[in-house]
Write a protein that binds this ligand. Structure first.
Ligand SMILES: NC(=O)c1ccc[n+]([C@@H]2O[C@H](COP(=O)([O-])OP(=O)(O)OC[C@H]3O[C@@H](n4cnc5c(N)ncnc54)[C@H](OP(=O)(O)O)[C@@H]3O)[C@@H](O)[C@H]2O)c1
Length: 256
């Protein structure tokens, strides 16, 4: 039995891989940066004595989730925990951003996550046992001017995961959603968020997010928001109108 983590080459995914290795779990790690994954494989197997397999996969490509599932199952791995962590953002006014980037983001953040959940989830249902953690964001709770497609993609991940949590609890499969706030990882650069106000304040580290996520996930919590401030913000979001929430998000995201 093995834990599969997508987007394990950096940030929150890498920190979760360390947490699972510390707990003695064998790992399957996937991302595009195969050299980095091979490095992690060597480090984690040496330090923690766990088996680590790595797969190069660009999950923004059509059909990539199905290909990854096939490669993993053909090698005989039985995934008992799936962490759909790989994801990207994109900053900018929607009429100015590139549609191709947004389509790739939707493929990665939504389509591949959905396909991997179905493929591995069906195997878990057959075994009557399994866990899935889908990584959304506090963005899932708000409309997100200047990152409209990213926020909408994470709202999908949250809604999808909570619906499945209800459907699959009868089959012994836990589905949880992780909603981090701004976190110090490679995400900011990849999303072109460098001078956004959102990332100017003190934010959580990937290790802090992974620690809280790991603990809450294994306690069976279905909706996990790491960090007290992030929990307060999402509560506040439900108290104001969507129009007000969008205006506040826009202000907090504007470039400094
Ligand atoms: N950092 C934040 O502020 C924040 C806040 C809320 C939610 N999140 C979510 O947390 C998750 C992890 O992000 P992070 O913050 O840890 O950022 P990160 O350090 O940039 O990590 C992103 C991971 O996703 C992988 N990835 C990116 N594009 C991919 C693709 N096309 N195919 C396969 N893998 C791909 C990256 O690996 P390769 O480049 O090697 O492919 C990397 O391992 C994402 O879903 C993100 O939306 C982040």
């Amino acid at each position: 039995m093995t834990v599969l983590i997508t987007g394990a080459s950096s940030g929150i995914g890498e920190s979760l891989a360390i947490k699972y290795a510390e707990a003695g779990e064998d790992l399957v790690l996937a991302a595009r940066s195969i050299e980095r994954l091979n490095q992690q494989k060597a480090e984690l197997s040496q330090k923690y004595g766990v088996q680590v397999a790595v797969f190069e996969s660009d999950l923004s490509q059509e059909g990539s989730a199905q290909k990854l599932y096939q490669q993993i199952t053909e090698k005989g791995f039985k995934i008992h925990t799936l962490i759909n962590n790989a994801g990207v953002g994109l900053f900018g006014e929607f009429h100015k951003t590139e549609l191709a980037k947004e389509e790739a983001m939707i493929q990665l953040n939504i389509t591949s996550l959905t396909a991997l959940t179905k493929l591995f989830g069906k195997d878990m249902i057959q075994r009557k046992k399994g866990r899935i953690l889908n990584v959304a964001s506090v963005a899932a709770y708000f409309p997100g001017p200047l990152m409209a497609v990213y926020y909408a993609s994470k709202a999908y991940v949250k809604s999808f995961s909570l619906a499945l949590s209800n459907e699959w609890k009868d089959f012994g499969v836990q589905v949880s959603v992780l909603c981090p706030g701004p976190t110090s990882t490679g995400f900011k650069d990849a999303a072109e968020l460098d001078d956004s106000k959102l990332f100017q304040k003190k934010i959580m580290s990937a290790e802090e997010v992974a620690n809280e996520a790991f603990e809450q996930f294994h306690k069976g919590k279905e909706e996990i928001i790491p960090g007290a401030m992030n929990r307060i913000q999402t509560r506040f979001g439900s108290l104001v109108s969507s129009k007000t929430a969008a205006a506040i998000v826009r202000k907090t995201q504007e470039r400094v």
